[in-house]
Structure formats: C-alpha cells, structure tokens
Design a protein around this ligand. Structure first.
Ligand code: 4AD
Length: 431
C-alpha cells in the first residue's frame, strides 16, 4: 500500500494509492458516486462506480456524512477539468470515524455563525486557500530577508514601554510592575540593527483599538525590518522589492488557491517594483480635486481617503512626508521641511488600504531628547532607547508590514477576520 497526500498525487499518476481524508461533500448520479475529499493538503474528487465496488459498499458511500474521516484507496488519473488536474478512481474505503451532523453545510451561513464555528470553518475550501496564501507570504518573507542578508531577531512581547502611543495599549501586571503587550517590536529592532546591521522580526502585536472595521484586528502579525545606514529612500526601495517578491511568489506557488478564491490575476501580475510615490501634500490636493471636502492639511487619512488615492494607481502607492505632528515620536524630520516626517505609508490597490508604515528614525541624541519631552516619555522604560543615540548613532530606517492586510489584498478577501486562523476582534475572544 502506497500512502500519499493530495498535494503529492501528481507523483502517482495511474498508480494505486491510499489517502487519509475527510468527506467534504458528495453527490451521486445513477451508478456513480462522487466524493469530494480533503486531507488538509488539498481537495480531490473521488469517483466510485457501483459495478466496481459492489452494491453494499456503494450504498455505504452514498450515505457517508460530511466530515466523516476515511482511508480511501484508488487509482490516480488525470482530470483536466479539476483545478488540481487529477481525480481518484476509488477501489475501496474504510471509515475511521463517522461524523455527527456537521454544522457547516454547503448552504450559505451568516458571518457570526461561521465565526462562532471558526475551529471548523477553517476546513472549508475558501478558508483553506486563504491560509495557504498566508503561509506562502510568510515563506516568501523569510526567503526575501534571508537572501538579502537580514538576521531574524525576536523582540519581546511583554514590554515596559509603548512604541506607537499609549491609547491602544493592552495592560497587564508583570509581578509588581506594569507591563504591556507589544504594539510593535520597532524600538527593540532599532537596537538589533545597531548590533546586526540588517534585521527583521515576525511576530504578533496587540492593539486595544476600539475600531470595528474590515481592516482592524486586536491581535495581528507584523513583519518589521530595520536597517542601519539606510535612509528613507533606501527603505522605500526595500519595501517595493519585498512586496513585489511576495506577490510574485504567491502567483507562482498558489495557483490552485488563487483559482479557488477567484482572484483576478492580471492586477496581481502588475505588482512589480518600482511603486509610485506621492507626497502627503499632493495627496491632500488630489483628494480635494476628487471632491473630498472633509479633509484638511494636518489631518490623517481615513479608509475612504486611502481608497480614493489608491484608485489613481494600479500598483501599491507610497504616500510620503506626512506632517510630523500626526506621526510617532521617533520619526526623523525632513531637513528641508522640518514640519514633515521622513516617512511613508504604502497603500495597497483595490481598496485594501495601508499595508506598510515606515520611516527614517531620529538619530540625533539632542533632538530625540526634545521629542521625549514633547511626548512626555519620562521614566526608565525609554532610557535604553536614548542610549542607542549615545554610542555610535547612525542613520537608520525601518518599516512594519501588516500580514493580515497583505493577505486580504493578495487573496482578495474583503475582511481581515478571514486572514488569520483565530481572529481577535473587538467583541470576539472565542474560539
Ligand atoms: O503603521 P503602524 O502602526 O507602524 C508601526 O507599528 C511601526 N512601528 C512599524 C515599523 O516601522 N517598524 O503599523 C504597521 C502596519 C500597518 O501598515 C498595517 O498594515 C498593520 O501594521 N496594522 C494593523 N493590521 C491589522 N489590524 C490593526 N489594528 C493594525 N494596525 C496596524
């Protein structure tokens, strides 16, 4: 008996193999039954002929319940109509466990019901494809940064200081002290860049944001590279190379998944560096031309503004040089326009919004001390970060890419709640 998995059936063309699988769906017509099987690595159609398998077994196959676990033996044959390109002609099967009435049926279910059953919903074809795209983005991320000389550094998750402002912090006790769940590993990654030159992190981050939008999660995963001796423009080049690499890798390695998701491929194929750039000043003007009267210079962009700006471009667009006042304390002012920050947000096309935020960091000790005073960053928690500007400070830049928003865009999924296995949302901590 040759045991294999669905992702490997192409290696067994015209051979008899055995799969461990679950029954995803079934239908029958006359003397033939079609079993849609899944084994976690993929989906395949199994065909059972009454005359080949005998009447009793055929009847048993027809009465199998959804999600029943099975061992299925049969011959792998070519099938040009299926996305996989193969089907199985089933010779025999044995039941491992007969599933009880499965709550998620092929009919339509409401989102709340599906979210309550997320532990089962993950088995569906669409959710499976989204997670495979997520996995490919993670794989391509490691590939890109490893091939370009970056060292993976893991910042702490329990922190004593805030990186992105204090209003969205998750507070916890750390024995007798106060601690917070990390909003961003950036401050630690800056220390790491001074020790290893080019570094990146990949980990969970937490924001107690009271936003209930299709782009906000309470717990999300961020990829945060930080580079010594690189300025704002160098960082934009890294970002466009990295994002292009990720998109092209998904196109290359997730063909079946993108087809399942009915993703428009032509728009993804265009995602190649370089990406267009527009300054904040010009973006405000563009919005006024498009009839947005609700936004003025000095305001931050909301989702409708980002979408309107992105509509003018086929690729992700960098919005650069935001007003310093609306950005984080660590951003370096533009020497030519000190009211602006050397920073950029990268906005995905097709209305998926901001996927990357980044900047050049302040490297001057005195200026950083001024910012500390303005932002009231007193206490010991931030002193170590000041020291990075005391002992051989250098120009450096970095950015954070939000994994879930990137998955949403590349997979073409409307809401970020479907891009993470078990989403944490404003009113959802279960399952
Ligand atoms: O722009 P943000 O807040 O940047 C930082 O945290 C920087 N310290 C990163 C750095 O320079 N190392 O967040 C970066 C990205 C956003 O562009 C977005 O993609 C994602 O993180 N993000 C969220 N994703 C899902 N839910 C949320 N609540 C998010 N908040 C930010």
């Amino acid at each position: 008996m040759v045991k294999t998995t669905i992702q490997d059936v192409s290696k067994h063309l015209n051979e008899e193999v055995t799969l461990g699988a679950w029954l995803h769906n079934k239908r029958s017509s006359g003397k033939i039954a079609f079993l849609q099987l899944r084994d976690g690595t993929g989906f395949i159609q199994g065909v059972i002929g009454k005359n080949d398998i005998g009447e009793d077994k055929f009847d048993q196959a027809k009465s199998l319940t959804q999600e029943t676990s099975l061992y299925v033996t049969g011959t792998i044959v070519e099938d040009k109509r299926s996305p996989l390109g193969f089907e199985m002609q089933i010779k025999d099967f044995s039941i491992i466990q007969e599933a009880e009435d499965y709550p998620i049926t092929p009919k339509e279910h409401g989102t709340e019901f599906l979210m309550d059953h997320r532990h089962l919903w993950l088995r569906s074809k669409k959710q499976h494809s989204v997670m495979k795209v997520r996995n490919e983005i993670i794989r391509a991320t490691y590939e890109f940064f490893n091939e370009n000389g970056y060292v993976k550094i893991d910042p702490p998750i329990l922190t004593g200081s805030s990186a992105e402002g204090t209003t969205e912090l998750f507070h916890t006790k750390y024995f007798d002290e106060d601690a917070y769940l990390s909003q961003s590993g950036q401050l630690y990654m800056e220390a790491a860049a001074m020790a290893f030159n080019k570094v990146f992190s990949f980990g969970p981050t937490f924001r107690a944001e009271k936003s209930k939008t299709r782009r906000h999660l309470i717990e999300f995963w961020m990829i945060e590279p930080e580079m010594a001796f690189m300025d704002h423009n160098d960082s934009l080049e890294v970002q466009e190379q990295y994002v292009s690499h990720v998109v092209q890798s998904v196109l290359q390695n997730c063909k079946v998944e993108l087809e399942t998701l009915e993703r428009d491929l032509t728009s993804l194929q265009k995602i190649k560096a370089p990406f267009p750039r527009i300054t904040y000043d010009d973006a405000i003007q563009l919005l006024h031309e498009k009839g947005f009267t609700d936004i003025e210079w000095g305001d931050d962009f909301g989702a409708p503004h980002e979408t309107a700006i992105a509509e003018s471009y086929e690729k992700p667009v960098f919005i650069t040089h935001f007003p310093l006042d609306i950005k984080a304390f660590y951003m370096k002012p533009d020497p030519e326009r000190p009211d602006l920050a050397l920073c950029a947000d990268l906005i995905a096309p097709e209305g998926y919004g901001e996927i990357v935020g980044g900047s050049q960091r302040i490297d001057d000790l005195e200026l950083m001390k001024e910012r500390y005073e303005e932002h009231n960053l007193t206490g010991d928690a931030y002193q170590w970060y000041l020291q990075l500007r005391q002992y051989g400070s250098v120009p450096h830049s970095g950015f954070g890419l939000g994994l879930e928003r990137t998955v949403a865009w590349i997979a073409g999924v409307e809401h970020v709640r479907e891009t993470i296995p078990f989403p944490r949302l404003l009113n959802r901590l279960y399952p």
